[in-house]
Structure formats: structure tokens, C-alpha cells
Design a protein around this ligand. Structure first.
Ligand SMILES: [Zn+2]
Length: 60
């Protein structure tokens, strides 16, 4: 799975294929994520998982 970052809105996302357009803002300003952006992405995923586990988000 590849990680990409949008240079326009700085959104980092996972995408299985090579992509050009950002799913957030739609700009074709996407490039492979740097090592730091990759680390930040996984750190954020861990926080989100923990918040879901604690029930901070309503299920469904
Ligand atoms: Zn974007």
C-alpha cells in the first residue's frame, strides 16, 4: 500500500494504485509521502484507533 501526500492541502492518504488527484481537494498535486509524513500518518491512525476504541465516535 502506498502513501501519498497532497502538496495543495497537505493531506496524506493511503492508496493502492498510483494516483494523481487528491481525494480531499481534488487537485492533481499528489506525490509520494516522505518518511516524516509516513510516520505522522501512522501516528494519527493510532490516535484515531484509540479514540474509536474509547467510544469518542458514535458507532454507525
Ligand atoms: Zn489535496
Amino acid at each position: 500500500m502506498n502513501l501519498y501526500t497532497c502538496d495543495h492541502c497537505k493531506y496524506t492518504f493511503r492508496y493502492p494504485l498510483k494516483t494523481l488527484a487528491c481525494p480531499d481537494c481534488g487537485k492533481e498535486a499528489v506525490r509520494p509521502a516522505t518518511e516524516k509524513e509516513t510516520a505522522d500518518y501512522y501516528a494519527m491512525q493510532r490516535i484515531l484507533q484509540e479514540e474509536i476504541r474509547l467510544g469518542l465516535y458514535a458507532a454507525g
